[in-house]
Design a protein around this ligand. Structure first.
Ligand code: ASP
Length: 260
């Protein structure tokens, strides 16, 4: 179910996942995705290129290999072998925006180096460019799964990997709940926030657990949004920064996170 829900979101060009993914400093899409179940089954890809459904490649890593995470050229090669043909995720809108950002970076009169990228974090906030997609589910038997798919953040350095494909950081499921995150990957990684939120669900219902995790993130200056579901099938959504949008639909049992 998670895989199918994320296909819809990955195909929609307004989201920062697969088609419509944001571009690296080089103008490429490097895609990250992770799928995890409460049984400890995990598949993830990072730095995947030119693939329509990264979440399905993550699923294939989970189902068809003994590995957890494939990255870069190896991930792309695996995707082709697993039946995912070449696909161009770069949309004209993203290319136009990339050119705009590049022009503005140039006006900042610093070179295209690491300092550039650091300066971008204020821009990410200004433009609200977090649009990662995620989904959390629980079935009638109380089994959990979470999935997240993203193009990462604008103008990231080629090779940069965020929180999304790292279990416990941007995606996590255990017997207490499932959580998927959007936000600034470096901060989320440092806090291992999805895992932290699931730990909180041992004693709190989903919504207060996510709110507590969001406060924890805010206390560390990390801007993020979380969605989740707990053992009693209660869905929740919380965010650590007012500008970030996190939304979803409990009625369908699907949640998605979106920032615009
Ligand atoms: N968390 C993602 C990353 O840092 C970006 C996002 O959620 O928008 O790669």
């Amino acid at each position: 179910m998670i895989e199918r829900a994320l296909h819809v979101l990955e195909d929609h060009p307004i989201f920062d996942a697969a088609t419509g993914a944001v571009l690296t400093l080089d103008g490429d899409c490097e895609l990250d995705a992770c799928l995890m179940t409460d049984a400890g089954r995990i598949g993830a890809v990072a730095g995947l290129r030119r693939t329509r459904h990264p979440i399905s490649v993550a699923r294939a890593v989970m189902d068809q290999t003994d590995h957890v995470l494939l990255v870069g050229a190896g991930a792309t090669r695996f995707a082709r072998h697993a039946g995912h043909p070449d696909w161009n995720p770069r949309t004209p809108e993203r290319i136009a925006w990339w050119k705009h950002l590049r022009r503005n970076l140039a006006l900042g009169r610093t070179g295209p180096d690491v300092r550039f990228w650091k300066r971008m974090s204020a821009w990410h906030r200004t433009y609200g460019l977090y649009e990662t997609v995620g989904c959390c589910a629980v079935d009638a038997r109380g089994r959990f799964a979470a999935g997240t798919s993203t193009g990462g953040i604008w103008m990231k350095l080629p090779g940069r990997v965020g929180d999304t494909p790292v279990p416990g950081a941007g995606t996590f499921a255990d017997r207490w709940g499932a959580v998927s995150l959007t936000g600034h990957g470096e901060g989320v990684l440092r806090l291992q926030l999805a895992r932290h939120a699931c730990d909180l669900m041992r004693r709190l219902p989903c919504q207060p657990a996510l709110e507590s995790a969001a406060r924890h993130a805010a206390a560390h200056g990390v801007e993020c949004g979380l969605i989740g579901v707990d053992r009693r099938g209660r869905f929740g959504a919380a965010r650590s920064a007012g500008w970030m949008q996190v939304s979803g639909s409990g009625a369908t049992g699907l949640r998605y996170a979106q920032g615009v």
